[in-house]
Design a protein around this ligand. Structure first.
Ligand code: HEM
Ligand code: 2DC
Length: 469
């Protein structure tokens, strides 16, 4: 018979003491390392309490499968307290990110049709390719300006702009012009606000924000300011589109973007559309850009893999006569390289679900309403799950053998990442276009670690070189 819940290993009795220890260890930036260590200490399942939040943590793909197969039709993840607190404080409606139950489901089903469905997604290809082409053109100009035969830089900000330009093109059907020499300061403010919003979230994760609000702590004030800037800027973009639509300034011939489609469908209240579009605009900046930065870094460190990918892309280009939609159907290794990047460098340190019924994990009975976290970062580096985990090897995703619940970078099931298809296409097209035009290089000696800043990011700047082929 399965073992009872209160026999689970872990320190879950003294929440505040744990939080203090955690803080002492620099835990706010090291959540991923602390988790990996706890799995070593306690084995593949442990229970934990930090502040007021309790969770059960798992690492094996089989346990993840058990968890997700029992999630039902209204899955719920940990809802980040300061994000909820901001919306309540300013009286802003929740989008799909923070909604629950039937209210979440009805919004999500409408959004899926316009954001995730294969028919619509194919229409994003020309929009996203165009942005990728502009990035290549800009890189070529930078090579020209440098007076050398290459462009060497920390690409963080370039990629932030690329990512915002990309997501806005599909959301609004319009270009912001962020890949030109002059960047609109308002857009730059938006980008900085998203980074600040993530950065100020992590220290508040385990402390009830109501407490911080009462203390009027600087962290909370900065957080509010960041969200204010995010909502202000998104609202301006949304109003522009709305006005153009009413004045019939939009030509109905071409695809006009996700926002237009949602408004014209007229099945969701405008406030709900706005809330979710704002979340997508904010969710589309740091996520894809950091993943692309890691992908280029890994490719620079593995020139052999890079050559293989380039050969695949160039062959696909020849066969498809440059048709990007066709090319996307044949670039298996490139898609595997993105999965491999997310294995070593996931955006989300964990996936989480509240159980709705009793589940058995590692032979322990987990009661309903328990927060269970899948340690995504720890799983990606566990040699039991991925042999030679330190090796960047896209090929492992194409080899025979079970991949069951191993590629979870975008989450799973009906609550998985809403932006998944946009993100995948954007990253595939970007890497295709870079590989067609440049060699990616880096200084081999530099080791780069990972820092938790709500999402996982590099712990120091990454310098990359693009060298025209
Ligand atoms: C949710 C990862 C890009 C918008 C999530 C989740 C993960 C994730 C792990 C939680 C899924 C779950 O609980 O099962 C990523 C990664 C990205 C990325 C790795 C890029 C590399 C994007 C983009 C957008 C976006 C570009 C916007 C277009 C969202 C939203 C949710 C979400 C709105 C909440 C969905 C819901 O609760 O129904 N993402 N994401 N993400 N993501 Fe992404
Ligand atoms: C952070 O312990 C650590 O995709 C917490 O685009 C558990 C947790 C819960 C939800 C996760 C979050 C972590 C990391 C960032 C995620 C978020 C769900 C969606 C969000 C993974 C792992 C993200 C980045 C969205 C953000 C959209 C937002 C800017 C409006």
């Amino acid at each position: 018979t399965p073992r009872p819940f209160n026999q689970l290993p872990g320190d879950w009795r003294a929440g505040w003491l744990n939080l203090y220890r955690f803080w002492q260890e620099g835990g706010f930036h090291n959540v991923h390392h602390i988790m990996a260590r706890k799995f070593q200490q306690f084995g593949p399942i442990y229970r934990e309490k930090l502040g007021v939040y309790e969770s059960v943590n798992i690492i094996s793909p089989q346990d993840a499968a058990t968890l997700f197969q029992a999630e039902g039709t209204l899955p719920e993840r940990f809802s980040v307290p300061p994000w909820v607190a901001y919306r309540d404080y300013r009286n802003k409606p929740y989008g799909v990110l923070l909604k629950k139950g039937e209210a979440w489901r009805s919004d999500r089903l409408m959004l899926n049709k316009e954001v995730l469905s294969p028919q619509v997604v194919e229409g994003f290809v020309p929009l996203l390719s165009e942005v990728g082409e502009d990035f290549v053109r800009r890189a070529q100009a930078q090579v020209g300006n440098s007076g050398r035969e290459h462009w060497t830089a920390d690409f963080t900000h370039e990629l932030f702009r690329f990512a915002l330009e990309s997501v806005c093109h599909v959301l609004y059907g319009e270009r912001l012009g962020l890949l030109q020499d002059f960047v609109d300061p308002e857009s730059q403010r938006f980008i900085d606000a998203v980074t600040l919003m993530f950065h100020t979230t992590s220290p508040m994760l385990y402390v009830p924000p109501a407490l911080l609000r009462h203390l009027n702590a600087k962290m909370w004030r900065d957080h509010v300011q960041a969200w204010d800037a995010i909502f202000f800027q998104a609202d301006k973009c949304i109003q522009n589109v709305y006005r153009d639509l009413r004045l019939q300034r939009k030509s109905t011939k071409e695809y006009m973007g996700i926002l237009c489609s949602l408004i014209m469908q007229d099945k969701l209240p405008l406030d709900d559309i706005k809330a979710s579009v704002t979340e997508m605009m904010a969710g589309g900046v740091d996520t894809t850009s950091m993943t692309l930065q890691w992908a280029m870094f890994e490719l620079a460190r593995s020139p052999g893999v890079q050559e293989q990918l380039r050969a695949e892309v160039l062959a696909a280009k020849r066969e498809a006569a440059g048709d990007r939609v066709k090319m996307l159907k044949t670039i298996r290794l490139l898609k595997a390289a993105i999965k491999e990047t997310l294995r070593l460098h996931p955006v989300a340190v964990t996936l989480q679900r509240y159980t709705t019924q009793e589940v058995i994990l590692q032979d322990y009975r987990i009661p309903p309403k328990t927060l269970v976290q899948v340690g995504l970062y720890a799983m990606g580096r566990d040699p039991e799950v991925f042999p030679k985990p330190e090796q960047f090897s896209p090929q492992r995703w194409l080899a025979a053998g079970p991949k069951h619940f191993k590629g979870l970078g975008f989450g799973f099931g009906p609550r998985q990442c809403l932006g998944r298809r946009i993100a995948e296409l954007e990253m595939q097209l970007f890497l295709m276009q870079i590989l067609e035009n440049f060699k990616i290089e880096t200084m081999r000696a530099v080791e780069v670690g990972t820092k938790f800043d709500l999402i996982l990011i590099p712990d120091k700047p990454i310098y990359l070189t693009l060298r025209p082929l």
